[in-house]
Structures are given as C-alpha cells and as structure tokens.
Design a protein around this ligand. Sequence first.
Ligand SMILES: Cc1cc2nc3c(=O)[nH]c(=O)nc-3n(C[C@H](O)[C@H](O)[C@H](O)COP(=O)(O)OP(=O)(O)OC[C@H]3O[C@@H](n4cnc5c(N)ncnc54)[C@H](O)[C@@H]3O)c2cc1C
Length: 470
Amino acid sequence: MIDVLVIGGGPAGVVAALRAADSGAKTALITRDEFGGMAANDGPVPVRTLAHAARLIREARQLGQYGIAVSQPVLDYQRLLERVKEVVNDVRAHSTFRSQLASVNVVVYENEGCARFTDPHTVETATGLRLRADKIIICTGGVSRRLSVQGSEFTATHSDAWALTSVPASMLVIGAGATGAQVASIFNAFGSQVQLFHAGPRILPAEDEEVSAAVATAFRESGIVVRENFGAIESFEKTPAGVRMYFAKNGKQESVEANVVVAAIGWVAGTSTLDLAKADVQLNSRGFICVDEFLTTSAPHVFAAGDVTGRLMLVPQAIQDGFIAATNAVRGATMKVSDQAAPIGSFTDPEYAQVGLTETKARETHDIATGVVNFNSTTRTIIDGRTSGFCKLIADRQTRQILGCHVVGERAVEITQVAAVAMAGTMRVDDLAQVPLSFPTYAGVLGRVAANVTRQLNLGPCSDELLISH
Ligand SMILES: Cc1cc2nc3c(=O)[nH]c(=O)nc-3n(C[C@H](O)[C@H](O)[C@H](O)COP(=O)(O)OP(=O)(O)OC[C@H]3O[C@@H](n4cnc5c(N)ncnc54)[C@H](O)[C@@H]3O)c2cc1C
C-alpha cells in the first residue's frame, strides 16, 4: 500500500505528487497518456503557439506602416503544425517537473490508459496496473462538452485543429467563451471566413460588459461574423463541402454552412471512466467532483484538484489546487483554497484580460469609482500603432482598494498581471498611482488609470494630467 496515489499528470497532478512526496508520503502518479496533461499537450502551449503565429501575421501586416517593404505573409499550415510539435516537445524537454518528481522518489506510471476505482482504496488502469493507496488525489481534468443534437458527430473541438491538413476556407465556431473566441480569432488571422455563434446575449460572458462589446466590435471589424443571441441549434448535416447547421429563433429557421464547425460550448469533468461510485465520490449539480474548501471529496480519503472540480479552469489554479489537496491529504485538513483575485485573459486579437470584479458586480456590493484610459491616448500604444483598446480600473470609494481591472488591446494580459500583483498586495489605488512605472510601456497605463480614479476620489495632487506621458 502506498501513502498517496495521484491520478492525472497535468499541472494539478504533477504538483500534487511533488507536494505529497515532499511532505514525506510514499507517492505514485498514474496518467492515462503523456505526462503534462492538457496544458502541455492540447491546451495553452499548442494553442498559444498558433496564437503567436496569428500575432506574427498581424505584425507583418504592420511593417509597411514603418517603412519596411515585404510581400504579403503566406501561411504554410503544415509547417506551423510542425512548429507546434517542436514547441510542445521543447517545453516538455525543458520541464524540470520530471527530475523534481524523481528527486523525491515519486513513481510515475505514464500512458497507462484510463484509471478506475475498483474499491475505495484501489485503482486499476486499462493496462492492468493495480495500485492500493491510503489517500487518493483525483486530477483528471476535463474534456470538451459535446452537443447532443442530431448530427453533432460532424462537429469538431479545438483539438481537431491538430488534424487539419490546411486552413479551412470557412469555419463556424459555436460558443464564444474563452476557447471559442480564441479559435475564431486565430483562424480568422489564418484566412478562414469565420462565423462566431453565441447563444447568450454577449460574447465572452464572464468579462466586463464593455470588454465583451469591444472585442465583438473588433472581431466584426476584422471580418469575423459575430452572431449573439442566435437562437437554438436544431441539427447538423454533412454536406459535400463541410457541415450545415440548422438553428431557429422565435419560430424562424435558418441554416449556415462551413467547411469546419467547431463546438466550444464548455467543459465537462473527466470522470466518466473513473467509476467514482466504487469510492463513494460524488459529483455536484454541474457534473464536477464535489469538494469542500480543503479539496476533500465526499469520501474523506479522496481529494480532487484542478479542472475536475470545475472551479476556475486554468493552469495557475490547477497548480494551487494540487498543492493544497496534497498538503491536506498528507497533513490533515490544514490548508483552504483561497478566493484570491486571479488574472484571466486570452491572446485573441485584440487581447483581453481581467482581474477582480467586473464593474457590474463591483457596483452591487461597493460604492465605486471607475476610471478608463483609452489606448489612443497612451504613448507606447501610439508608438507601436496599437491604439485600439482601453484599461478600466475600479476602486472602492471608502477603502480605496482596487476591486477590478479590465483591459482590451495590445498586451492586455501582461498589463492585468501588474494590476493583480497590486491587488494581491492590497495596494490602494492612490498608492498605485504613485508608482513610477517605466515609460513608455503598456503597463504604464495602470499609473494613468489609477491617477484618474484617485482624482475622482479627491485625493490630492495625483492628477492624471501629471502622468499624461504614459
Ligand atoms: C484550448 C485551451 C486553451 C487554454 N489556455 C489556457 C491558458 O492560456 N492559460 C491557462 O492557465 N489555462 C488554459 N487552459 C486551461 C488549462 O489547460 C487547464 O486548466 C489545465 O490543464 C488543468 O490542469 P489539470 O491538471 O486539472 O488537468 P489536465 O491538464 O487536463 O490533465 C489531466 C490529466 O489527467 C489524465 N487523465 C484523465 N483521465 C484519466 C483517467 N481516467 N485515468 C488516468 N489519467 C487520466 C490526463 O491524461 C491528463 O494527464 C486552456 C485549455 C484549453 C482547452
């Protein structure tokens, strides 16, 4: 019997195994396929490589504006996919996780196929490996939600991008959350005629309303057909050129056709093959593993971490979860998950990012001051010819605490990191306004917008005019 068995080799599982072994537990890690999980093999790393290619195309288009003559960029999709493989392998080869796991004697069982519980303490893999453990940490991540209408087998997910042999002439993306918006933006840059369909009233529904609106406008200007509130999908049908989607709104039926239809309608927990009932591990109403603040499941000796719990489904949160679950598995319930503000963003064109509360949410619970600085008035964006976008900062009028920051435009994700650090350090907005951020930088906009909010709070000399150079 081992002390701790971790199921899943993504960021949550790897960190959980490391932490458990570091805390003195005899630990094993089993994973269905390759080490690294979705982050390394099918999510951020490969998708970000495609996004970088999209960025290079748009940067190349800017060259003429700066007096540099080149011909139009032409994408070789096969070569790009080779580059994606090179990057994935390079990231994997340079990951120190493997050696770290080895140094604390974690036994790693890779490519074992799906694991499942055979009793509360025993897990068996598709290859026949059988392990018994005192504590078990489930880190099996999630999978793309599939549509359940007729013909949905003709739709693809973001993962199918790796199997395409060329850029499709037309693409229909269903669902405009982070993944759908990213797929739409990348393939639009690659030359596909993209239609982005979203059932709700606005794309990127988790973002601040003004961010959603700005990204929708920018997408439309770049040639993406954005249809919000489009109605309900009735069916899909295979056509000689691709797939046709039938949908209806208010009794009126319509259809659209594209070479490829990508469904990006959310995530479901990767639990279907685990046979959780054998360990008495329950799911919540959303179908994710139900955990308490210590990441303990309904079975006191089983913990869950990362996407499989359905909380913020991002790499940093998976890493934090893995650490917390393993700490509690080895040392008892000592560490709680925090509700720390987490920066979230995406590398679309334009980029967008947020940390903390949206303006609407902040207004529900606080008396707020909101400042906005447009990118057409900041020095660095003008230098770089990237003047679309804005930075919005929200602060509490009484405590002056920063409640949220929302950015659309060039380097939005990086700008928001700086705001997140200020928030994590519980910095007041007037203190942020006094930090002499480097000039001319993208993050410098935070000084401007903080000064703008500070002035609204009548807090003395820190006027945004004084900081106009940013
Ligand atoms: C397109 C896309 C882009 C993304 N971009 C970002 C981004 O920019 N930034 C960011 O922070 N996050 C991003 N994410 C999310 C991020 O990839 C996940 O939040 C993160 O990988 C979750 O880590 P995890 O360890 O919980 O699960 P995963 O990384 O999914 O790992 C799960 C592991 O469990 C294994 N497994 C599954 N079932 C079983 C089983 N039955 N038995 C044994 N092993 C099993 C798998 O093989 C895998 O190793 C993106 C995701 C996608 C899809």
